[in-house]
Design a protein. Structure first.
Length: 55
């Protein structure tokens, strides 16, 4: 159960990063450095989630 809760928490953080990326892209002058950082964080979370899921 603890792993499932951790996966849910990581999923929630992944969704928040997705929203932050969309918000940044909506800005007239999107900060490309910030976008790159957000996308890297999102990818790391996705990798963590996948590593925790049973095969």
């Amino acid at each position: 159960m603890a792993i499932e809760a951790h996966i849910r928490e990581l999923g929630f953080r992944h969704e928040n990063l997705d929203r932050a990326i969309r918000d940044e892209l909506q800005r007239p002058a999107a900060d490309h450095l910030r976008l790159r950082q957000l996308k890297r964080q999102k990818l790391k979370l996705k990798e963590q989630i996948e590593s925790l899921r049973p095969s």
